[in-house]
Ligand binder design. Structure first.
Ligand SMILES: Nc1ncnc2c1ncn2[C@@H]1O[C@H](COP(=O)(O)OP(=O)(O)OP(=O)(O)O)[C@@H](O)[C@H]1O
Ligand SMILES: [Mg+2]
Length: 262
């Protein structure tokens, strides 16, 4: 028996002025997989993420997460379904300590309602304590514990990326989308991040779709690869098979991108 894919997109299109950034992208993501989304620069990968997570509205096409239509819905609704991508730390968040950034990213906090604070103080305290513990644990995973009380705005680029990821995990996603998560972070932390992805998949059944340019990471850490070029999906399959696919090699050689699969 084959399990239904956790995510399906069909014929997604988006133009910016004269540029067709995404041109009929169709793909499935297997439940419980760690799927890499690759392709030359400008292939439309980031735009595709923006389209399926509610940041842009597609001109055409459908996307379903776990049986629910997601295209055209706002990001917070999609996130509440359990499909989460990392959000950049905004100005407002930059002016807050790291720990507060983490706490704010947790959903359904009883403390958010004054009524609960006043009339259900025990439930509120308990939930707040849970959220705090979860935040501390995640900060530890990404080596950010000692920065818990620092303003997020003072973090380095790499530390910010880790904080963005840690915040996304506070939402306890079932499907996590990551756009070049390793870019700009040091290799030791990169390894921790990959290990943590494996652990979340094994323990909580989290599914991952991550955009990545480093072929070594793709080959060693994904179990499925989807390749985009010029706004569409041109190949998909197991990493080794995709790597030797003629159309994939041509796309990389022909594109103005990285000059081939490294
Ligand atoms: N907001 C926008 N306005 C105009 N053009 C855009 C916009 N966003 C993306 N594009 C264009 O759409 C195309 C696809 O870009 P996109 O960033 O999705 O590619 P990518 O596959 O993520 O590339 P990279 O690997 O370099 O990150 C590019 O030609 C880009 O210039
Ligand atoms: Mg991109």
């Amino acid at each position: 028996m084959t399990e239904a894919p956790i995510f399906e997109a069909e014929g997604i299109e988006k133009s910016f002025g004269g540029i067709r950034a995404v041109n009929g992208a169709t793909m499935d993501v297997k439940r419980g997989s760690i799927t890499a989304l690759i392709g030359p620069n400008g292939a439309g990968k980031t735009t595709f993420f923006n389209l399926i997570t509610g940041f842009y509205r597609p001109d055409r096409g459908r996307a379903r997460f776990d049986g629910r239509e997601v295209q055209g819905r706002p990001p917070y609704v999609i996130a509440r379904f359990g499909m989460v991508r990392t959000f950049q730390i905004t100005k407002a968040l930059a002016a807050m300590p790291v720990i507060d950034n983490m706490m704010l990213a947790a959903p359904d906090q009883p403390g958010e309602s004054l009524r609960n604070v006043l009339f259900r103080p025990l439930a509120w305290r308990k939930r707040e304590q849970e959220v705090h513990e979860q935040a501390i644990e995640l900060l530890d995973v990404f080596n950010l514990t000692r920065l818990a009380d620092h303003y997020a705005g003072t973090l380095s680029g790499g530390q910010r990326k880790l904080l963005e990821l840690a915040r996304a995990l506070m939402a306890q996603p079932r499907f996590l989308l990551l756009d070049e998560p390793m870019a700009g972070i040091n290799p030791t932390l990169g390894r921790r991040l990959l290990d943590h992805m494996q652990r979340l998949r094994a323990e909580d059944g989290v599914t991952f779709l991550f955009i990545e340019h480093d072929m070594e990471v793709v080959m060693n850490h994904s179990d499925r690869v989807i390749v985009m070029a010029e706004g569409r999906v041109i190949a998909e399959g197991e990493p080794q098979a995709v790597r030797s696919d003629r159309a994939v090699i041509d796309a990389y050689l022909g594109g103005a991108g990285h000059g081939g699969i490294e």
